[in-house]
Ligand binder design. Sequence first.
Ligand code: PEP
Length: 258
Amino acid sequence: MNNFVIAGNWKMNTNIETTISIIKNVAEQVDQLNEVKSTIVICPPFTNIYVAVQEAKKSKHNLHVGAQNCHFEESGAFTGEISLDMIKSLNCDYVIVGHSERRAYFNETNADINKKLKAVLKNNLKVILCIGETLEDRQSHKTFDVLETQLNGCLQDIVENDMKNIIIAYEPVWAIGTGVSAKTEEIEEAHNWLRNYCEKKYANAGKTVALLYGGSLNDKNAPEILNVSNVNGGLIGGASLVPEKFVSIIKTAESLSK
Ligand code: PEP
């Protein structure tokens, strides 16, 4: 298995000034480490990506910058939307698709997400695909049916060779932004299920695809969560906005890397 992926999703937070100061602070702390094996990705709002990339470049390590969303069309009459050509020209290399907030508040369907995912790959960028069940799904014992439907829909037409550019983030909706993460047993069960799904569908590529956990992951619970089998990193919301917490999670990942 590859090393950990530690990705921060800033959501609709920060401006130019705070973007520079957070990344500067993260870079200064990370630069004190001689070697960084983890892949670090920071996903600010679109308007801050340009300065984020400029600031991230100053680090001696490779700090990646990603977008939180994209439109699947190349260009045209889609007022307010952002194309992958625009994202690519900012020199960022990851795009999150299918975040539960986009599914819930912007009615994104698995079919929409599949179109976005294919467009990201066509533009030679990497995808962080989010999936996860709601509390209602979990309580009615539908977790794995929901995950399977999401994966089948979002990964439609995706072949083994594409998987090297895809990361899957398991984010139980009920754990996002609540301050209460899923229990390690729940995470382990879901990640083992996911690994099994990926291996069955994508053979060798399924064995190595990074499976991130997301949902109130922070500096305190990272040692336990990142140690769960088949957890290859984290997608972090709230704690990624606080440099000390984000760097602490990175350091945990480093200490667990082989
Ligand atoms: C997220 O936004 O993907 C997320 C996991 O948020 P938080 O860490 O705040 O729960």
